[in-house]
Design a protein around this ligand. Structure first.
Ligand code: ATP
Length: 328
C-alpha cells in the first residue's frame, strides 16, 4: 500500500443516520493502523469552509460505536454550492495539511465531493450514510437496517393498541422518493397494506383491500405509508377518505417522523460501518478517488460517484409479491 497520504479528513454530511459514529471510528482507527493522521471535520461542508477541525486518534473515538447521531455533527451548506465557498474549503484543508477526505453522507454530499474533486483534484471517498437506502452501488446504506428495526418495533406497539380497539392505523414512515423502508418494515411488521411512491395503488383498490381484510375476519389493520406515496395528498387525507367510505372502521394516523433516524445502530450497521471505513481509507492509500464504498453480495466494493448519484434504486418486486400473499 502506497503511503503518500499523511493526513485524512473525515466528516458526516447531509441527514444523519445511525452508524455514522461507527464509520467515523473505523476511519480514525484505520488511519491509526496505517500510521497516518486523521482530522475530524465538524458540520460537514459548513465546518470545512470554516476550518472547524479536530484531531482524532484511535482512543478519541472510544465508546461511540453504539451511539446514534454523529459526534462530528452534520449540516447542509449553501456556501459549498458556490465556487467561492469551495475555494475557501480547499484553502482550509491545505492549511490543516489534509490531503484526502472520507465523506459519510447521501447523494447530495457525493455530488458536492465530485465537483470539488473536479476543481481541485482532491482525493475523496464516500460512505453512504442515509436511512432511506436510496443510493445505487450498495444493497444497504448505513442506518437503513437500524431504521427498519425502529419502525418494526414502533408498528408492533401500534398494533397492540389497534387490535384492542378494532382500529385501522395509517403509519407514515420516511421515504419521500423511495419505499424501501415502508416495504421492508411493512412486511416485517405484518402490515395489511403497504403504500409506496413506486406504485400507485389508487384509493379504490385501497378501500377494496381494506374491505377484504375486514371480511376475512380481521378486527384491526395496519397500513404502512411511505412519506412520498402518491395516493392522496398525505396520510391525513387518506384517513379522511377511508373514514368517509368505511364507517365500520375507526381510523387513526401515526407519523413516526424523526425517531426513525435516531437510536443505537444495529449490529448489522456497526459491522457495515466498520468494513466501509476500512475500505474507504485503504482505497485512498491505494490511490483511489471519487468512489463510494458499498456492499454488494456481502462483499465490500466501490462504485464511481457519478454512477452512485445518478442511478435510481429499484423496489424489490419479489418482496411486493410476498407482501400481497401474506395479506391473503
Ligand atoms: P440526505 O440523503 O440525508 O439528504 P445528502 O448528502 O443527499 O443527505 P444534501 O443536503 O443533498 O444531503 O447534500 C449535503 C450537502 O452537500 C449540501 O448541503 C451541500 O453543501 C453539498 N452539495 C449538494 N449538492 C451539491 C452541488 N450540486 N454542488 C455543491 N455542493 C453540493
Amino acid at each position: 500500500m502506497s503511503k503518500t497520504i499523511k493526513k485524512v479528513g473525515v466528516m458526516t454530511s447531509g441527514g444523519d443516520s445511525p452508524g455514522m459514529n461507527a464509520a467515523i471510528r473505523s476511519v480514525v482507527r484505520t488511519c491509526a493502523y496505517h500510521k497516518i493522521e486523521c482530522l475530524g471535520i465538524y458540520r460537514g461542508y459548513e465546518g470545512m469552509i470554516e476550518g472547524d477541525f479536530i484531531e482524532l486518534d484511535a482512543r478519541s473515538v472510544k465508546g461511540i460505536i453504539n451511539k446514534g447521531g454523529t459526534i462530528l455533527k452534520s449540516a447542509r451548506s449553501k456556501d459549498f454550492r458556490t465556487k467561492e465557498g469551495r475555494a475557501k474549503a480547499h484553502e482550509q484543508l491545505q492549511k490543516a495539511g489534509i490531503e484526502a477526505l472520507v465523506i459519510v453522507g447521501g447523494d447530495g454530499s457525493f455530488t458536492g465531493a465530485m465537483i470539488f474533486n473536479e476543481e481541485y483534484n482532491f482525493p475523496v471517498m464516500g460512505i453512504p450514510g442515509t436511512i432511506d437506502n436510496d443510493i445505487v452501488g450498495t444493497t444497504h446504506t448505513l442506518g437503513y437496517d437500524t431504521a427498519l428495526n425502529t419502525v418494526v418495533e414502533a408498528i408492533d406497539k401500534i398494533r397492540d393498541t389497534a387490535s384492542s380497539h378494532n382500529r385501522l392505523f395509517f403509519v407514515e414512515v420516511m421515504g419521500r422518493d423511495v419505499g424501501h423502508i415502508a416495504l421492508n418494515a411493512g412486511v416485517g411488521a405484518g402490515a395489511e397494506e403497504i403504500l409506496i411512491p413506486e406504485e400507485n395503488l389508487g384509493l379504490d383498490r385501497l378501500l377494496e383491500s381494506l374491505r377484504r381484510s375486514k371480511q376475512s375476519g380481521k378486527s384491526s389493520s395496519i397500513v404502512v405509508v411511505a412519506e412520498g406515496d402518491k395516493i392522496g395528498k398525505n396520510v391525513f387525507q387518506l384517513k379522511d377518505y377511508v373514514e368517509e367510505n368505511m364507517e365500520e372502521y375507526e381510523v387513526r394516523v401515526s407519523v413516526l417522523g424523526h425517531m426513525q433516524r435516531g437510536g443505537s445502530p444495529s449490529c448489522f450497521d456497526r459491522v457495515l460501518a466498520s468494513r466501509m471505513g476500512v475500505r474507504a481509507v485503504e482505497g485512498l492509500l491505494k490511490g483511489e478517488s471519487n468512489y463510494m464504498v458499498g456492499l454488494k453480495n456481502d462483499i465490500i466494493d466501490v462504485t464511481p460517484f457519478a454512477q452512485a448519484v445518478k442511478g435510481k434504486t429499484q423496489i424489490n418486486k419479489e418482496l411486493m409479491r410476498v407482501s400481497d400473499i401474506m395479506t391473503v
